[in-house]
Design a binder for this molecule. Structure first.
Ligand code: ZN
Length: 1024
């Protein structure tokens, strides 16, 4: 899935925390245990009683979700959970207890009986508490004693529900689904029937599967051995979206059975499940039904085994009105009339796949298509927008061919549809053979789409196509390893773009995102990227920057370490070995180790990166030709000054470095740091040394003061001695280190002085980003004299570059993206004559009634200048409401949301939440833009607070949109009053809300902001 694309240009600072565990032998919950090295499997103690892995010697027992569930279930059953265990003690200790509580003197016989009873009681306690424990080994505890699982919840009809866990049992597995659906776009209801062929692995009376919000009207079970279908008892436990089918007789091992279920439900009015959206076609309001099942919503469209590891084949039939069309994962086989203008489309049987990848759409769409080797590629959009899909078609064909060659596996389906949905929550979704997109991420139009839009559309398509292999062909076994899907798709997205579309500045974009991700990953609220999850909110929260960008960054680091060919061979081995199957992180490392044939132990290295949260700070001390390198966890912390990072963190870091006397043949040098400290001998004395070449590694580097000075001097004398990525990396590192007081802020600004000589995008982008963070904090705290001084400083550094820009779409794509960024920055800070030029262009455009074409790269800057006046704002709104290309529409919307008129801002946010005039998919874009301005940032937070219930109902708790809303609306607060307000607000909400990782991260960020202000304000006033 591609998250909301706006995030790519937003400053995401959120993170997650919290979890639960169930039978995941290769991952340990490190978030709650500060000490953590990668553990050998036999160091992990498995405790079935709490269904959680504990670190031996550290394992503080906490009540986990399962236990809470047991407790609540027990209460439902009229028993006290706590009394059950104390009851045992009472039965022994209370033996012959007198009324005053003291024991009377017992006889010898009594004492013997007492001893025997005590022995029995102790044995019972031992059996319950000790026997089920065992030291975990690969096979060992899977077949454990489920003593504590005897407490079952109650079904809706009051009977015992025969399953007590969040994850489904594996005693019955689905093989095939026959699914018939009939959505009614007028009544917005749908009816369905599903026949699921299952195979029995262990003898059982029950089939447990998922169903959410479905009204089930009939269930039967058939077997080849039975003469006819038998009615079955059916139980529901909605708390976990589970239903149980109780068979009339025991289901036998190795036998297949077919479960038939008839049901109905309403089309969802969120963007999740089988949902409906309205859109305007010319001026007519129309409806469309589509699906978004990842992660947990297939169950709301049909009863199913809704976990990624339960792969099966699907035969889908859709009944629809004649005037509509239907699409699904597979090509359509046949259409047959049903009755009264209703027809039924039947699609081919799918390949074996996970439920979250099933998709269907009923709508009125138009397409263009092109054939490749054996696959028909089609791009669908609303009829009036089909002229904007040609670019998508061209690049899809190219990307498909690239991936097939790189993975050495053909795309396995005969068709691939890419569909632009008029109102869509996320950026895109990789459903196998039927990829869905928002219009912004698929439509491209030469006159209105900027270079940045081109990069976005290309990136999102590259990402979703990579998923057809990473995710669809080979799927993570459970959501704890979501990074295997998303990290890989993100990595391949940038890799493919660099290879096929070198004119797009993909590498700069990826670098920028790595910097931002590390900023989030250095909070205590971060998490390991492979991370135990169970609840729906926890699973939703996995769709964050860590799974995507950190995952991709680690793969980039691994590729550099293994070298290109071995890495590619490892991927090939992994995909071939696990096609149509499911994997854990270890499976990937095993494939890589097979390829390296023991020369490199990829597994040993990579588990230090995926099981530990955060990343290392590598400190370099240079003494002549000797370098002393040392690693520790890098943490932006609100702890006291003398607080030190947890010493137990240790990474295996593939260091790379270059020096002032490096010749290109030998450089960069490499060294694997798998200890806390090591020494590296240089071949000769050098002026400077720079570690983490091109920032291909996921770590930050700190040098001694004289080395920082040497690097700064090199930048000032000849920046080209270092690569553009290295220059951007130095800027990022020194400002990050300044934020925790390891380097003075003055030194960081001192390094930036070389920018006058900088000509590349990446370092300027990073400098502007770092200065904008500081500017934002000072501006929102009312420090206008300091913000003016920062702007003055930037103008001095970048003034000539701003003046050099033309208001055109000329130049390379990289130059165009740079122009877009620099002019937007200049106009928003009123530098040079930027604002007056933009306003002049706006007035000309307005005078032509919006018909005159504007350069697409500066279009948003021009609109933003125009939106400052009431008349300009009203005119932009009227254009927004008329049918204009998607790329123009969102630029207008961001300009509208940049006004300083508070009433207009509130109106925009409100309208978007209502979803009629402004689509609800735009809520985040609007809130994010509003939050950036001085008057807006308070208004945005108030809006989120006041509409919290509506927002989480529409976008569901934990989703990426909700995460981002919390982040953007709170990340610039820096006072104790705001800290208290944010804390109090979320504490007043449900536990699920207050436990969100993004909330913890928001609180930590505000604390850091407060600390930053205390530390730096006086200093800044002195020298800035
Ligand atoms: Zn994805």
């Amino acid at each position: 899935m591609e998250r909301f694309p706006h995030d790519r240009i937003q400053l995401p600072r959120n993170m997650i925390e919290n979890s639960m565990f169930e039978e995941e032998p290769d991952v340990v919950d490190l978030a709650k245990e500060p000490c953590l090295h990668p553990l050998e499997p036999d160091e992990i103690e498995y405790e079935p009683r709490s269904s959680r892995l504990l670190v031996r010697g550290l394992g503080e027992h906490e009540m986990d979700e399962d236990e809470e569930d047991y407790e609540s279930s027990a209460k439902l059953l009229g028993m006290s959970f706590m009394n059950r265990s104390t009851g045992l003690r009472n039965s022994a200790a209370g033996y012959r207890q007198s009324s005053d509580g003291s024991c009377s003197v017992p006889s010898t016989r009594t004492m013997v009986v007492c001893a025997v009873v005590l022995l029995i009681a102790v044995s019972v306690v031992m059996v319950i508490y000790l026997l089920p424990k065992c030291t975990f080994t690969k096979e060992g505890c899977h077949k454990k004693n489920h003593t504590m699982e005897l407490i079952y919840p109650l079904a809706t009809n009051g009977k015992r529900f025969p399953w007590a866990k969040v994850r489904l049992p594996s005693n019955v597995v689905p093989l095939h689904y026959d699914l018939v659906l009939q959505p009614n776009l007028t009544t917005t209801q749908f009816s369905g029937s599903v026949q699921i062929t299952v195979n029995v692995i262990q003898v059982t009376w029950n089939i447990i599967l998922h169903s959410s919000g479905l009204t089930i009207t009939k269930t039967t079970l058939t077997s080849a051995r039975w003469s006819q279908a038998k009615p079955v008892e059916f139980l529901e436990y909605p708390v976990r979206d589970q239903i149980a089918i109780v068979a009339p007789e025991a289901l036998l091992v190795g036998q297949n059975y077919t479960l038939s279920i008839d049901y109905s439900s309403n089309l969802s009015d969120t963007y999740y499940g089988f949902y409906k959206v309205s859109y305007k076609d010319e001026s007519t309001k129309r409806w469309l039904a589509a699906t978004q099942f990842e992660p947990l919503a297939a169950r709301s469209a049909f009863p199913c085994f809704d976990e990624p590891s339960f792969k099966a084949t699907f035969l889908i039939k859709i009944k629809r009105d004649e005037q509509h069309m239907a699409l699904s994962n597979m090509p359509k086989n046949v259409t047959v009339p049903v009755a009264n203008g209703i027809v039924q489309d039947e699609f081919s049987v799918s390949l074996k796949m996970s439920t979250y990848l099933v998709a269907f759409i009923v709508a009125n769409l138009t397409s263009i298509m092109q054939g490749t080797n054996r696959t028909q590629v089609s791009i669908y959009a609303m009829p009036q927008k089909v002229t904007q899909v040609e670019y998508a078609l061209n690049i899809t064909v190219k990307l498909l061919e690239f991936y097939q060659k790189y993975f050495y596996i053909d795309y396995p389906l005969q068709k691939l549809d890419l569909v632009a949905i008029p109102d869509f929550q996320t950026g895109a979704m990789e459903n196998w053979g039927l990829i869905t997109f928002s219009e912004t991420t698929l439509l491209y139009e030469d006159n209105t789409s900027s270079a940045r839009d081109k990069k976005l559309v290309t990136a999102v398509i590259a990402h979703e196509l990579a998923h057809q292999w990473f995710g669809n062909l080979v799927t993570m076994e459970w959501w704890n390893d979501l990074w295997l899907n998303e990290g890989f798709a993100t990595f391949m997205e940038y890799f493919a773009m660099e290879n096929i579309f070198p004119e797009l500045p993909a590498a700069e974009e990826f670098l920028k995102l790595r910097f931002k991700t590390m900023m989030k990953d250095s909070l205590n609220a971060s998490r390991p990227i492979s991370f135990a999850v169970q609840s729906s909110e926890q699973i939703e929260e996995m769709f964050d920057t860590l799974s995507y960008i950190k995952g991709a960054s680690l793969l980039l680091m691994l590729k550099k370490y293994m070298k290109e060919d071995s890495f590619q061979a490892g991927i090939e081995h992994y995909l071939h070995s696990h096609s149509y199957g499911c994997t854990r992180s270890d499976d990937l490392w095993d494939s890589m180790n097979k390829i390296t044939n023991g020369t490199l132990d990829v597994k040993k290295m990579m588990i230090t990166w995926i099981l530990q949260k955060g990343f290392p700070l590598v400190t370099i001390q240079r003494n002549g030709k000797t370098l002393l390198v040392h690693q520790e966890r890098f943490l932006r912390s609100v702890e006291p000054e003398n607080w030190t990072s947890d010493a137990s963190y240790l990474w295996h870091i593939p260091l790379s470095y270059t020096t002032s006397s490096c010749s290109s043949v030998l450089c960069p040098y490499a060294y694997l740091l798998d200890q806390k400290s090591a020494t590296i001998e240089l071949q000769e004395e050098v002026n400077w040394v720079k570690f983490n070449v091109d920032m291909d590694g996921y770590y930050i580097v700190h040098y001694a003061e004289e080395d920082w000075e040497a690097l700064t001097m090199q930048l000032k004398s000849d920046p080209s001695a270092l690569s553009a990525k290295d220059r951007a990396h130095l800027i990022n590192n020194i400002f990050t280190l300044a934020s925790v007081g390891k380097v003075s802020l003055q030194k960081a600004f001192h390094l930036l002085d070389y920018l006058e000589r900088e000509s590349d995008t990446a370092p300027v982008t990073e400098a502007v980003f770092q200065l904008s963070l500081i500017y934002g904090l000072l501006e929102k705290s009312g420090m206008q004299d300091l913000t003016a001084r920062i702007v003055h400083r930037i103008e001095k550094l970048l003034g000539s570059k701003i003046e050099q820009q033309t208001w055109t779409d000329n130049g390379s794509l990289s130059e165009r993206v740079f122009r877009s960024m620099v002019l937007a920055f200049a106009c928003s800070h009123r530098l040079g004559n930027c604002s007056s030029t933009a306003l002049k262009l706006f007035e000309d455009w307005k005078a032509s009634n919006g018909t005159k074409s504007l350069p697409s790269d500066v279009m948003k800057t021009v609109f933003t200048a125009g939106a400052k006046t009431n008349a300009g704002w009203e005119f932009l709104l009227s254009v927004y409401m008329s049918p204009v290309p998607e790329a123009e529409k969102y630029k207008i919307l961001e300009a509208l949301a940049s006004t300083e008129d508070v009433r207009k801002l509130i109106w925009l946010m409100q309208k978007s939440l209502e979803g009629d005039d402004i689509r609800a998919q735009e809520v985040l874009r609007i809130i994010a833009t509003v939050s950036q301005s001085l008057p807006g940032h308070l208004v945005a937070w108030d809006f989120v607070k006041e509409n919290w219930e509506k927002l989480i109902q529409k976008f569901h708790l934990g989703s990426h949109i909700i995460q981002s809303m919390v982040t953007v609306s709170t990340s610039q607060f820096s006072t104790e009053a705001h800290l208290l307000e944010v804390k109090t607000f979320f504490e007043s909400k449900s536990a699920a809300s207050s436990q969100l990782r993004c909330v913890k991260e928001a609180i930590e960020t505000i604390q850091l902001n407060i600390k930053w202000m205390k530390t730096n304000l006086a200093e800044l006033q002195q020298w800035l």
